[in-house]
Ligand binder design. Structure first.
Ligand code: FDA
Length: 398
């Protein structure tokens, strides 16, 4: 018999376990994997982008945009930074306020595991939950191959569907279904795009350049434009890099993404002035001064634009050329899917979960935290901060 059983020893589950343990609760933390915190270990290229300095609620996607506010304001990035500092883990800031460990993501996992141990949390790995139920007196009973166990509070911290090879499962959504909680449709987020004419772009694989990606997003009945400016990377199957991962959270199949490959230039103005001052210069020569030659050749070829001296183009053609590079709209066939996605969009409907306690509004004692919920952050440490904050908040209540 336990006060609290937490299923999922990832970022949110570990944080929740520590906080509940600090309050003197008898906590069992279960996971089916061999190791705790596997995604933390592989995150940020092994250095874990553990939070972000410039965190705002609008860095998150959730059908109820207000849902994230309470937890994020109660356990902030500064709280996690203080914890990391207390454990003498050195870190550094990269662009856009992203904070990474200087040495290794292992330090974050060790810090959390030590924290859990210190407050008496029992960690049980390689444990499969076969069945679970709640009795009339609100006690939960869990069946595992290692036997059955009971608890007053059950926390589901099993994350989303990304990286099934690392042990991701739809466990949280199945629990939600069992307790009649709606789940918002799920899809891969922070994920590379695949392109329809991928063979035509294969030669560009490995090229990286700064770009701005934009797409239309529906907000209620209105739509607004959302944009990100970061690096774009051509891959052998399509497009990746931070700018693509960011916009992938907002892209819906069948919709357009517009890419500005020269975000800091006014190409039309350059074309017009160069036409006057250097009319014999060819288009390709001019463009290759601003962009990798292979990218220029590929895009001109695909748009069937001839390479001529600048004097040969009339105004309308100059506008078309400028739009090709400022508003390139590649034909996206889809995404690389959960195999490579960093996160899962959608999840347990937040209308049915308290934003303060993370307890399910319709089932006493049942809690959902972390990525299992319909909350997804931008790239840059926002997803871990959500895991820490939601785990922390539930840890005060369970
Ligand atoms: P998390 O996935 O951490 O933990 C879920 C746990 O539940 C796992 O330990 C899993 O084994 C267990 N589990 C699942 N199903 C189970 C079942 N049926 N029974 C028992 N246990 C089960 N974010 C960020 O902010 N900065 C970054 O640098 C990165 N980098 C990054 C890289 C890669 C490659 C990925 C895939 C993801 C990231 N992320 C990230 C996202 C971040 O890892 C993610 O949002 C959090 O880990 C989510 O925390 P949770 O606790 O919700 O789930």
């Amino acid at each position: 018999m336990w006060d609290v059983i937490i299923i999922g020893a990832g970022a949110s589950g570990l944080m929740c376990a520590i906080e509940a343990g600090k309050r003197g609760r008898k906590v069992l933390l279960l996971d089916h994997a061999k190791r705790a915190g596997q995604k933390i270990l592989m995150s940020g290229g092994g250095r874990c982008n553990f939070t972000n300095l410039y965190l705002e609620p609008n860095n998150y996607l959730c059908d109820n945009p207000h849902f994230v506010k309470s937890a994020l304001s109660r356990y902030t990035q500064w709280d996690f930074i203080a914890l990391v500092d207390k454990h003498k883990i050195n870190w550094h800031e990269r662009e856009h306020g992203q904070l990474f460990c200087d040495d290794s993501a292992k330090q974050i996992v060790t810090m959390l595991l030590d924290g859990a141990k210190q407050v008496g949390v029992q960690l049980q790995l390689q444990t499969e939950i076969i069945a679970h139920s709640q009795s009339a007196d609100h006690l939960f009973t869990l069946q595992t191959k290692q036997g059955s166990m009971q608890c007053h509070s059950l926390v589901i911290a099993t994350g989303g569907l990304s990286l099934p090879k690392m042990g991701a499962t739809p466990f949280a959504y199945k629990v939600a279904e069992q307790y009649q909680l709606p789940v918002k449709p799920t899809r891969a987020g922070l994920v590379p795009f695949t392109l329809q004419q991928k063979d035509k772009f294969a030669a560009l694989s490995g090229i990286s350049l700064p770009a701005t990606a934009s797409c239309e997003v529906k907000v209620g009945k209105k739509s607004k434009q959302i944009s990100f400016s970061e690096a774009l990377l051509f891959t052998h199957r399509g497009l990746s890099g931070p700018v693509i991962l960011q916009i992938s959270n907002y892209w819906q199949p069948g919709e357009k993404v517009s890419l500005d490959l020269l975000p800091s230039l006014d190409l039309l103005h350059i074309l017009q002035t160069q036409q006057q001052t250097n009319p014999e210069q060819t288009l390709k020569t001019l463009l290759a001064k601003q962009l990798p030659k292979r990218v220029v050749e590929c895009l001109l070829e695909m748009a069937a634009i001839e390479n001529l001296p600048l004097k040969k183009y009339h105004e309308k053609q100059l506008i078309t050329i400028s739009q090709l590079f400022h508003q390139w709209s590649p034909q996206i066939s889809g995404t690389e899917g959960y195999r490579t996605a960093e996160v899962t969009l959608g999840g347990v409907d937040t209308d049915f979960v308290s934003s303060k306690t993370f307890e399910c509004k319709t089932t006493k004692g049942l809690y959902f935290v972390g990525e299992a919920l319909d909350v997804t952050g931008w790239l840059g440490g926002f997803n871990f901060q959500w895991a820490w904050a939601s785990g922390w908040a539930a840890g005060q209540e369970v």
